[in-house]
Design a protein around this ligand. Structure first.
Ligand SMILES: [Zn+2]
Length: 356
């Protein structure tokens, strides 16, 4: 491997004549990193020194450093929602541009930030603590760093994780990343290991878990009020979203029952009561039949890992929901659930809420 990258196209030409094997060239540190992980002989040129269209003999652009692995990813966040760091192994590292359109379409466009030219890549791993967007909960963000070996050292090589999605067909979790601005390409241990260290934005995760659990607490409060006769008895759980500032739970009704704005105080009082009681939030895995019988809202559409059973979140034994998201350990950790507003459209009642 030639350590000093040629800085001009003329010198690249020279190398391409000398070497009998094709030169792989990288346009970014990220590509360089990827190719080194794949144990390729790779030469890093700055984007100023070479253009993708430059016709140079014996050269090939990296299209897929480590081809995408569509193994099921172990979703560690579903087993322990409190982990904010985790060690795992790399499965694949692939440019987003090499995926088919339907996969690319799962992601929003990434703004370049301070590295406007950074090309987004997709990392897959054996196991992850990054929550994949779904079930009304946004994905986690954070950092994946490359571990340099047993003796540690500065993990300054790695990626910023912008978005996380799950491929429904294979349950493969895709992390959309760009290189850390501090990435260097000089790690001697880099070729010997593909071990990764994950860290998520803990503050954001905590907010997401509080909002998500608040959605369940609010849904349970409404369900209990429906059973006790304060609210219409035909209400059924509908869609829910637990995004900051826009969180809501929706209810349909078999006989046209609606939640009115006049019900707001009763709902607020009931959810306050549940939170004040600080009920534990438990996670169980049940058979599909048992989950279907016990869960409020049923099990359809829940992202819950079918082979091992249906993942269920239980609120103090008062009610449970099929759910693949992250939660706080006790309802008191939510803080306060504030019923923001109640709207009705086409027979659907929508209750907006916040946590404070
Ligand atoms: Zn949940």
């Amino acid at each position: 491997m030639i350590r000093t990258p040629p800085s001009t196209i003329a010198s690249i030409y020279k190398y391409s004549h000398i070497l009998s094997t094709p030169i792989i060239f990288a346009h970014s540190q990220h590509q360089f990193l990827a190719a080194r992980l794949a144990r390729s002989s790779v030469h890093y040129f700055t984007s100023k020194s070479i253009k993708p269209t430059t016709p140079i003999r014996n050269m090939a652009t990296i299209s897929s450093a480590i081809p995408i692995s569509l193994e099921k990813t172990d979703a560690v966040y579903q087993k322990d929602g409190t982990l904010i760091t985790h060690e795992t192994t790399l499965s694949s590292l692939t440019p987003l541009s090499s995926f088919p359109e339907d996969v690319r379409g799962l992601f929003k466009a990434v703004s370049g930030g301070e590295k406007g030219e950074a090309e987004p890549w997709v990392v897959t791993v054996a196991s992850t603590i990054f929550h994949a967007q779904g079930g009304g909960q946004p994905s986690d963000t954070g950092v994946i760093r490359l571990l340099k070996g047993e003796d540690g050292g500065n993990n300054d090589e790695g990626f910023t994780v912008h978005q996380v999605r799950k491929l429904p067909s294979t349950s493969t979790i895709l992390h959309l990343v760009t290189p850390l601005s501090s990435s260097s390409t000089s790690s001697p241990n880099f070729l010997q290991t593909a071990k990764l260290h994950q860290s998520i934005d803990a503050e954001k995760r905590t907010l997401h878990s509080r909002l998500h659990t608040a959605g369940h607490a609010l849904g349970l409060a409404i369900s209990m009020l429906s059973q006790s006769g304060t609210l219409p008895s035909d209400l059924q759980d509908g869609k829910a979203s637990h995004y900051p500032s826009t969180a809501f739970v929706e209810f349909t009704a078999t006989a046209g029952g609606l939640i009115m704005s006049s019900h707001k105080d009763a709902i607020q009082a009931k959810v306050d009561e549940l939170v004040a009681a600080d009920y534990p939030v438990g996670i169980e895995v049940l058979s599909r039949a048992e989950a279907g019988a016990r869960c409020i809202g049923g099990v359809d559409g829940a992202d819950v890992g079918e082979e091992e059973g249906v993942r269920v979140v239980d609120l103090g034994g008062l009610g449970c929901y099929a759910c693949g998201g992250t939660h706080v350990g006790k309802l008191g950790e939510i803080g306060r659930v504030v019923v923001r507003n109640i709207k009705r459209q086409k027979g659907v009642s929508k209750v907006g809420y916040d946590v404070v």
